[in-house]
Design a protein around this ligand. Structure first.
Ligand SMILES: Cc1cc2nc3c(=O)[nH]c(=O)nc-3n(C[C@H](O)[C@H](O)[C@H](O)COP(=O)(O)O)c2cc1C
Length: 314
């Protein structure tokens, strides 16, 4: 049986097409072509650039990453050059590479997001989408994520849409740490989002009981990897039920093709992978191959058939 892995993510202006549904999530591939000597970007469904702001940022104090038994903790923050400088360096390298790239932006306030989007607007057609990161738990805003407020989510999405126009789809990256994910997802859609990236890291705290100290320099951080797959899947499932037509990139805890299939069954059109990339930069390519095998083994000819196919019984 021939298996078709080509993927369609619905947007307001039609289908966003990818050769396979496995996307390198923001933060996994750095700001430019850092990993392209060992990973062929053409083979990855798409690669999301690590979120950038209109200002330079240095991130948090070390240690910034640590392994836990069910995944990884990080408090990297969002270090990176300001977008203007990046446009003269990292961007030019990306532009030369084959592949599909999703730009990603962040900020500390509404204006920061508008400024970031206005800097990207002139080169927007180099990207297949723009992701608005409203959900990083490692910024100076601490626990007050924009993605926890319907109003902030709607307003920032609107402002970014105003700056970027209708040239590319907008994806809004949300947090699983909210009371009602469907309310927040609805606010993003209301503000102009085409796609929802569900989710960023979960908020966590891990410590070494022998020293009684947190394992990360900052204390709390973002929890990612295998242990968060069920959390992400529940959110994806609820959003898919509430919004049957929105594009969803299910992200959180995916480390193999069977996980990817399971996330798609909950309603994701495509999946994002970050922690697995830190273990093996070729993880997205391997996961896509394993997903193909899963489709073959279970008689699924077209990967899009998996989307929302969860069997809830009667
Ligand atoms: C070290 C690290 C850095 C990350 N940096 C970003 C980032 O810059 N922007 C963003 O939106 N998400 C960032 N994330 C979150 C991931 O994109 C992803 O949403 C999250 O880790 C859950 O997926 P996973 O379980 O496959 O890692 C980062 C995650 C890790 C582990």
């Amino acid at each position: 049986m021939q298996i078709d892995l080509s993927t369609q993510i619905p947007t307001r202006s039609g289908m966003l097409k990818l050769p396979n549904p496995v996307i390198g999530a923001s933060g996994s591939f750095g700001h430019s072509n850092e990993l392209f000597e060992i990973v062929d970007p053409e083979e990855v469904g798409a690669i999301t650039i690590k979120s950038l702001a209109h200002f330079e940022s240095h991130g948090n104090k070390s240690p910034r990453v640590a392994a836990v038994s069910t995944g990884m903790m990080n408090s990297v923050g969002l270090p990176g050059p300001d977008i203007s400088n990046w446009l003269e360096d990292g961007y030019l390298k990306i532009k030369k590479a084959n592949g599909r790239f999703i730009m990603a932006i962040w900020g500390q306030n509404y204006d920061d997001y508008s400024k970031a989007a206005s800097l990207i607007a002139p080169v927007a057609d180099s990207f297949i989408a723009l992701e608005i990161n409203l959900s990083c738990p490692n910024t100076e805003r601490g626990n007050h994520l924009f993605a926890q407020s319907e109003n902030d989510t709607r307003e920032i999405t609107k402002r970014v849409r105003n700056e970027i126009g209708n040239t590319i789809p907008i994806s809004v990256k949300l947090s699983s740490g909210v009371t009602s994910i469907t309310d927040i997802a609805g606010a993003a859609i209301d503000g102009g989002a085409d796609i929802l990236t569900l989710f960023n890291t979960s908020m966590g705290l891990a410590l070494d009981p022998y020293t009684r100290k947190p394992i990360l320099g900052k204390g709390p951080g973002g929890y990612s990897g295998q242990g968060i797959l069920p959390i992400a899947q529940k959110g994806v499932f609820e959003v898919r039920k509430a919004f049957p037509d929105v594009g969803i990139i299910g992200t959180g805890g995916i480390s193999n093709g069977v996980d990817a299939a399971s996330m798609m069954m909950c309603g994701a059109n495509a999946v994002g992978v970050a922690t697995a990339v830190f273990i093996d930069p070729n993880a997205p390519v391997k996961i896509a191959h394993e997903l193909k095998e899963f489709c073959f083994d279970t008689g699924v000819a077209n990967v899009n058939e998996l989307v929302g196919s969860i069997d809830l019984g009667v």
